[in-house]
Design a protein around this ligand. Structure first.
Ligand SMILES: [Mg+2]
Length: 249
């Protein structure tokens, strides 16, 4: 409550001397980053700064050598269509993109143009440093696999892939049960443009706007510092506090 008052005072102080509306001191994104930093510091205060040894580090205690505890990465589940890529069949209005061939059962091959969201590959290689990446799509495997190959480029990025057959069909809508991927819900996040996909685990979800073709989109780029901070949080569900930051503080 007190923090809310402080924030309101700061907002009020941003009206400039000429009385015109000034730019707020913190944008929503900056506020979220500040809240994340606070969460991270709180985690460090409560759970210590270096109590977990590095992987493979040896600890000598009472003359015995113990192997260091292996640090395990948290899991980040990523949706495919309209989150990382947008693809259209060849013959539609778009006439560019990476061409992939999709062969559905008992059907002729269909060619698709695949367009990667801006910063897609950089985003994936960056967040793979501190998360185990899992691709979870509601699309069929025959379509998804060649598209995933296209975005992984030379070397595999995703440690696991799940498809339409792994979703729960709720009256024609495909819901992703992230408990199938990671039992410990404190260690798993999902990024998906469809709220229906994560309706069972809203507290683990980072919504993202669906992407079609905007070349100036920076949503993936902006998520990198956020994810880097969240990867250090004891329970990623604390992130919901940050996501609804202004409401919670
Ligand atoms: Mg999608």
């Amino acid at each position: 409550m007190r923090k809310g008052i402080v924030f309101a005072k700061r907002q009020a102080s941003c009206i400039d001397k000429r009385g015109s509306t000034a730019i707020p001191p913190y944008s929503t994104k900056m506020m979220k980053l500040r809240l994340l930093l606070m969460l991270w510091l709180r985690e460090k205060l409560f759970h210590g700064w270096g109590t977990v040894p590095e992987a493979n580090q040896e600890i000598v205690k009472d003359g015995l050598i113990f192997s260091g505890l292996k640090k395990t990465k948290k899991t980040l589940i990523l949706d495919l269509d309209e989150t990382l890529v947008h693809s259209v069949t060849i013959g539609s209005t778009m006439r560019s993109g990476h061409v992939v061939e999709v062969k559905l059962e008992n059907q002729h091959a269909i060619l698709y143009y695949v367009h990667k969201r801006p910063y897609c590959h950089w985003f994936l290689t960056e967040v793979a440093e501190y998360f185990s990446l899992v691709l979870f799509t509601a699309s069929v495997q025959q379509y998804a696999d060649p598209v995933i190959n296209c975005i992984e480029e030379e070397k595999p990025i995703f440690e696991r892939k799940l498809y339409r057959q792994d979703c729960i069909n709720e009256g024609g809508a495909y819901v992703k049960d992230i408990g199938k991927v990671e039992k410990s819900l404190s260690n798993v996040l999902i990024i998906d443009n469809s709220p229906m996909s994560y309706c069972l685990h809203k507290e683990n979800a980072i919504p993202i706007e669906g992407w079609l073709n905007d070349p100036t989109d920076i949503d993936l780029l902006s998520l990198v510092p956020v994810l880097r901070a969240v990867s250090t949080i004891h329970d990623v569900r604390s992130f919901v506090v940050m996501r609804d930051g202004e409401k919670s503080y």
